[in-house]
Design a protein around this ligand. Sequence first.
Ligand SMILES: Cc1cc2nc3c(=O)[nH]c(=O)nc-3n(C[C@H](O)[C@H](O)[C@H](O)COP(=O)(O)OP(=O)(O)OC[C@H]3O[C@@H](n4cnc5c(N)ncnc54)[C@H](O)[C@@H]3O)c2cc1C
Length: 407
Amino acid sequence: MPERIAILGAGIMGCCLALEFARRGRKVTVFDERCAPMECASRWNEGKLHLGYLYANDPSLATARHMLPAGLAFLPIMRDWIGEAIDTAISHSDDLYLVSRGSVVGAAATGAYFEQVTALAKTMPGCADYPGDLTRAAVRQASRSDLERHSNACDIVAGYFLPERSIQTRWVADRLADRVTQEPFIELRMGQRVEGVDAGESGHDPWTVRTLAVGDTGEATREAFGLVVNALWQGRVAVDRTAGIADPADCSNRFRVSAFVRTSKPLAVPSAIICVGPFGDMKNYNGRDFYLSWYPTGLLRDTKAAVPGAAPVIDSEIRAAVLRGIQKHLVPRLPGAGQVLEAAERIEVAGGWIFAQASGVLADPSATLHRRERFGVSRIGNFLSVDTGKYATAPHMAREIVSMVMD
Ligand SMILES: Cc1cc2nc3c(=O)[nH]c(=O)nc-3n(C[C@H](O)[C@H](O)[C@H](O)COP(=O)(O)OP(=O)(O)OC[C@H]3O[C@@H](n4cnc5c(N)ncnc54)[C@H](O)[C@@H]3O)c2cc1C
């Protein structure tokens, strides 16, 4: 096991890797261009603890099979690192999946898929530890009166209450950032942009990490490490190229923003998502903290480029356009979203990159973006590159990766 370990990226993937190495007695150095850990996609996302329901356009169940073990392990692992209090950040009730008339999968096929995923989840180790205990889970079809109460548009043709939960990712981000900052075995190098990683003379180990302080234009600093793990998310492929890892066959980089709302009073509106395709959703975490998204207006960048370029700046114009999109398209479909906006005391419009080894757009049923079974690790010697896939899958993947290199 090499002496010096570098982790590139301080999102959920990098932080979980660092904590796991530290737990197993190894010192690590973490590099990130931001001033603090957990500032990007891992702070500003919906926090679905994925069981695979969203991927109804993958009837092979390959995506669900790939996601389930990690989705089920999220909470037990995170409790180890940031304590039992994490349970207070989880949504309390089942999600209402509403099938739109424009869905790329019909209502009956979507319902059948949900039944299959639920049955599969119940066979998995750890299903009893998922919030609400999946051993007793069932798909409940929404009645006509459920649909009339919670949705309001004639394009909703069916609804299903599913036992999937979500976590408030800003809450987790603050705790995880504290944990990595306080952990003596973790050295944080924030404000450092990773320019590349070069192989040693033998063509692989040791690896030299090249970094430049953000804002500097001079010579990069070079430092040798016996093991390097690249968890840079949208920045990953550019650094993989320097290490000799070829680009994935298909790349999709989307920059998406949503509204994170705090209300002045508790509201009893359900968490609901319109599926399957480029629609929107509303998450109720605790009665006062909400996530609202309308996909077409929240999608600020969508590129096939493996290296996507700079993130858009979210100025007042974009913020207003995103909120207008939610008001115009989400509120008529989910009237609860209107109540959330009316009672808002704080609204933040924010988001991040979503990388996928896939192609196409969500409105196209043949797009491989509807599947997510390819994320994971590529490796040359002791240079490892991690496609996180999902927020929910990161803690489990971190444990697996550390076991892979240490055991
Ligand atoms: C709107 C939205 C909703 C989502 N909803 C869900 C959901 O419900 N459930 C779910 O499981 N997932 C969801 N996701 C996906 C999830 O957010 C990501 O899969 C996950 O956060 C990726 O974690 P990460 O640590 O790999 O990346 P990040 O959190 O982005 O961390 C990568 C880090 O690398 C740093 N970095 C990048 N390039 C460089 C460089 N060259 N030099 C130095 N530092 C660099 C960045 O500053 C960043 O801190 C959503 C994403 C978005 C945007």
